[in-house]
Design a protein around this ligand. Structure first.
Ligand code: NAD
Length: 455
């Protein structure tokens, strides 16, 4: 398998893909090693994952370069990602004892009722490339903390990072037999679905996630899917500082070149502030520096997958054909690499793909609305349900709107953010199950009920 730098089109490395035979051997190892890891006391597993976090810190610079080389993320954004993963690990390790230890629920004379959080066994994590450290952490760290063995398939676009994760976990003290990496693309992913594992945790597109969920369902084992989004954002009429709102929301749409599951993908603006907002927003987007991800100051790097460039060009062409106004960008940037100009479209409608289908790139459509009701109706008009955001000065108004949106996360005066303290979950085509928070720690366990009667 060739690993290609999306900024230069050069082959960085070639890796051997896994085969059905090598996968069987890995599962065999995990079956043996997993039970040992499960019996390591929780306090020691916590210390091991803390050491892993420290190693991420010690090696941030070299790990960032590997990540940037294979996915094209601007170097500073790679560093930010590793720091972000460390803060998630901190929350998880700080809270593991609290949420994974045995829990006494009732204690009557002669009878104790208790929950034990037992690990699932060997879990498989099939992952995406856009934030390999962050989405990897959401699964790998709580799974290991809970005492599971893990078979991890990084995306074929982030395999070098996947191998670094394995190296550092091992260096931190996770036995090799409790964590194995599967290298490869869709064929290897497909083969994983046939293995005798105890749970599947998938991060990726709706299309693949639906397939994974269907393939695994008959086996009655846990299967979680964290999928895509078409996340809406509403700018209400009572915002005092439209300039700041435009700057913050443009960042929510264009950070990581728009390749975030919770990137802002659609914007609705109250008609009273629409003109000013669009002007400030377009000015901000025009100021973004597109270029080599290795140069400090670059904000828009290349897209990780070449095919996405063509998809974005099609979205623009269709929108313009049906009456949208192209305010800036709209095409592949000249030269080598998968660069796409940061793009803003207005006069868009929900008949256009750019307002319906996940773009996953540096492109946004902005629509004018008459009031909150119209904004709610349009925000709800989607197959997805990952996040939704409202910018306004009145918290009650924001909460009233957000409670009517069928999404796993609601933001008031912020967007495109994730915290380890609260659940991360999608609704509708954005997925099923959850990671992060106490629910995400326990997602990798099977609670067992104990009824303990003193004779
Ligand atoms: P993808 O669906 O193309 O691939 C995801 C993983 O599935 C990869 O490892 C791939 O090799 C594997 N795969 C492909 N075909 C398979 C098959 N038939 N069987 C088993 N595995 C298979 O997605 P992607 O391009 O890697 O990631 C982008 C998508 O992920 C976007 O839609 C994005 O929104 C979503 N995402 C969601 C979250 C979240 O937390 N909700 C986080 C990051 C990314």
């Amino acid at each position: 398998m060739k690993i290609i730098n999306p900024a230069t089109d050069e082959v960085i490395r070639e890796l051997e893909e896994d085969t059905p035979e090598s996968l069987d051997r890995k599962v065999e190892k995990l079956r043996k090693g997993g039970s040992q890891w499960m019996n390591v006391p929780l306090v020691d597993r916590v210390e091991t994952l803390r050491r892993y976090s420290q190693l991420l810190k010690d090696e941030t610079e070299s790990l960032s370069k590997v990540l940037t080389a294979e996915v094209g993320k601007p170097l500073q954004q790679s560093r930010n990602e590793i720091n972000g993963a460390r803060s998630r690990i901190q929350w998880m390790t700080d809270n593991a004892q609290r949420y994974l230890s045995d829990e006494v629920m009732t204690e009557a004379p002669g009878m104790v009722e208790q929950i034990s959080y037992e690990p699932l066994g060997i879990i498989c994590n099939i992952s995406a490339w856009n934030y390999p450290y962050l989405v990897g952490t959401n699964v790998i760290v709580p799974a290991l903390l809970a005492g599971n063995a893990v078979l991890y398939k990084p995306s074929e676009y982030a395999s070098l990072t996947g191998l670094e994760v394995a190296r550092l976990l091992q260096k931190a003290g996770v036995p090799e037999d409790a964590f194995q990496v599967a290298i490869g693309g869709p064929t290897v992913g497909e083969a994983l679905l046939d293995l005798p594992l105890d749970g599947f945790f998938f991060t990726g597109s709706y299309r693949t996630g639906k397939h994974v969920y269907e393939r695994v369902s008959a086996r009655m084992i846990p299967c979680q899917c964290e999928l895509g989004g078409k996340d809406p954002l509403y700018v209400a009429d009572d915002n005092g500082d439209i300039h700041s709102v435009a700057v913050a929301t443009a960042d929510g749409a264009f950070y990581n070149s728009g390749q975030s599951c919770c990137a802002v993908e659609r914007i609705y603006v109250h008609e009273k502030v629409y003109d000013q907002y669009v002007e400030e927003f377009v000015r901000e987007v025009k100021s973004y520096r597109l270029g080599s991800p290795l140069e400090e100051g670059t904000y828009i790097g290349p897209l990780t997958r070449k095919a996405q460039v063509e998809f974005l060009e099609e979205q623009v062409a269709e929108a313009v054909k049906y009456g949208a106004t192209l305010r800036t960008g709209g095409k592949k940037a000249e030269g080598t690499g998968n660069y796409f100009e940061p793009t803003v479209l207005t006069e868009v409608t929900h008949q256009m793909s750019v307002m319906r289908d996940e773009s996953f790139g540096p492109i946004i459509g902005i629509m004018k609305v008459a009031d909150d009701e119209e904004a709610i109706r349009l925000m709800q008009d989607t197959d997805y349900g990952l996040t939704a955001s409202v910018y306004c000065s009145d918290r009650e108004r924001a909460e009233r709107i957000l409670r009517q949106i069928n999404a796993g996360t609601g933001y008031w005066n912020c967007c495109d953010r994730v915290s380890a303290a609260v659940p991360w979950s999608g609704r509708k085509h954005s997925g099923i199950g959850m990671t992060l928070s106490h629910a995400g720690l326990r997602a990798f366990t099977r609670p067992k009920a104990f009824h303990l009667k003193q004779s």
